[in-house]
Design a protein around this ligand. Structure first.
Ligand SMILES: Cc1ncc(COP(=O)(O)O)c(C=O)c1O
Length: 405
């Protein structure tokens, strides 16, 4: 009896200590490269001392590079949602009219935050699995000339859809007084994001996604136009105050005690990213996204998202007809140490999601597809053996010879 109780606990401890390998393929937190983990184990330093400011300077300048902005990028110790709240409370006042564009769970969240702080939100929803249509955004902006900001998600993690922010940016340019506020939490540093070229004013990202470090940091950009809006914005704020963050950043510091270990980690991950290069990072995500989708189709499964707007950071797959998709997640995890995401809210049990952002290579995805090939027949889904892995390999080989971003 004692052995029966103790064994699972022992297994759990082995996992916590990192001895048990897992293929973690949820869309964040993502796997962290070993040198990044090591960097985060460095001894503490005085966050007001001379060692800290070069670290913060290095990080900030390189974040700006990956954001593709000449404006500011502020770093807040928080989950991505904290960065979303920071964006809202720093550029809006209670009663301001905003257009909240939503294509899934995270678009809805952005709207909820704005409403909670007293904004008057016009909600523009698109069916889950689809992307936002630029023409409808333009129509609503034309009909409501007092809209102060558009809130939108770059990459909707809950459905595996990427919005066309370039096309929406063209619309935004026709309304130069309206702020373009983007939740880029699961897209930044994985998918093309041309902050200044697209006219984005505030973009939020999260450390646990393509930045390849543990959860706990959100990065928030602030354009010139956003700084002007900030001067007039009256929503209550203290911890999130952009002005306080900027004032400290002028000394390459943070207003409050920063999570030094996460900053060490980010410094190292940015070095890895710099070495790979922005274009190559995008290309890798594109090739792996395509290979994942090819593999899923090869298995005879159906993709959830609109093919015109597939995400190269996360793939949502419909559970086979009549099956609770959660069973697939459980079997992959318990039997093959492959951990993928499930469906959220209304999609629970109806889809499963494979994360392929950040520290990811083709082999990680082949591992997921191979595990699916072993699990699906036992759940009564007939597949052709090796059909997923084969299709993914072929897609990748094809992209290596003729791929483009
Ligand atoms: C697009 C998007 N927005 C917001 C969030 C929320 O981030 P966090 O869980 O770090 O608060 C997530 C997290 O998955 C996300 O993918």
């Amino acid at each position: 009896m004692f052995y029966y109780c103790a064994k699972p606990q022992f297994e759990q401890e082995r996992f916590v200590m990192g001895y048990k390998h897992q293929n973690l393929r949820i869309p964040g937190p993502t796997p962290v490269p070993p040198t990044v983990l090591l960097a985060s184990a460095k001894p503490m330093i005085n966050h007001r001392g001379p060692e800290f400011s070069p670290l913060m300077e290095r990080i900030t300048l390189r974040l700006k590079h990956f954001y593709q902005t000449k404006g500011d990028v502020l770093v807040f110790p928080s989950a991505g949602t904290g960065g979303m709240e920071a964006a809202i409370v720093n550029v809006l006042s209670p009663g301001d009219k905003v257009l909240g564009v939503t294509i899934g769970v995270f678009g809805d969240r952005f709207i909820t935050i704005a409403e909670r702080f007293g904004a008057e939100v016009i909600k523009l929803s698109f069916p889950w699995g689809r992307a936002a249509h630029p023409d409808l955004i333009e129509q609503l902006l034309s009909d409501n000339r007092d809209i102060k900001a558009v809130l939108i998600t770059h990459n909707e993690t809950s459905t595996g859809v990427t919005n066309d922010l370039a096309a929406i940016g063209e619309v935004m340019k026709k309304f130069p007084d309206v702020l373009y506020v983007v939740d880029a939490i699961s897209g930044m540093a994985a998918l093309p994001f041309k902050h200044d070229e697209w006219g984005v004013d505030v973009a939020i990202s999260g450390s646990q996604k393509a930045w390849m470090i543990p959860p706990g940091l959100s990065m928030v950009s602030v354009s010139e136009k956003a700084w002007k809006a900030h001067q007039a914005a009256k929503m209550p704020r203290f911890y999130w105050d952009f002005s306080a963050a900027k004032k400290s950043l002028e000394k390459w510091q943070n207003p409050y005690t920063p999570p030094v270990s996460l900053l060490y980690a980010l410094d190292e991950s940015l070095s890895i990213m710099e070495e790979e290069g922005l274009e190559n990072i995008m290309l890798r995500h594109q090739r792996i996204g395509e290979a994942t989708r090819a593999g899923i189709r090869g298995l005879g499964l159906e993709l959830f998202a609109d093919p015109a707007h597939y995400s190269n950071a996360v793939t949502a797959v419909k559970a086979p007809e009549g099956m609770d998709g959660k069973l697939i997640n459980t079997m992959l995890r318990d039997e093959y140490n492959v951990v993928i995401g499930g469906g959220q809210k209304d999609l629970a049990g109806r889809i499963f999601r494979i994360g392929h952002l950040g520290f990811v290579s083709l082999a990680d995805i082949l591992g997921v597809l191979a595990a699916l090939e072993m699990v699906l027949p036992r759940l009564g889904v007939s597949i052709t053996p090796w059909s997923g892995v084969k299709a993914a390999e072929e897609s990748y080989a094809q992209a290596l010879t003729g791929g483009k971003v």
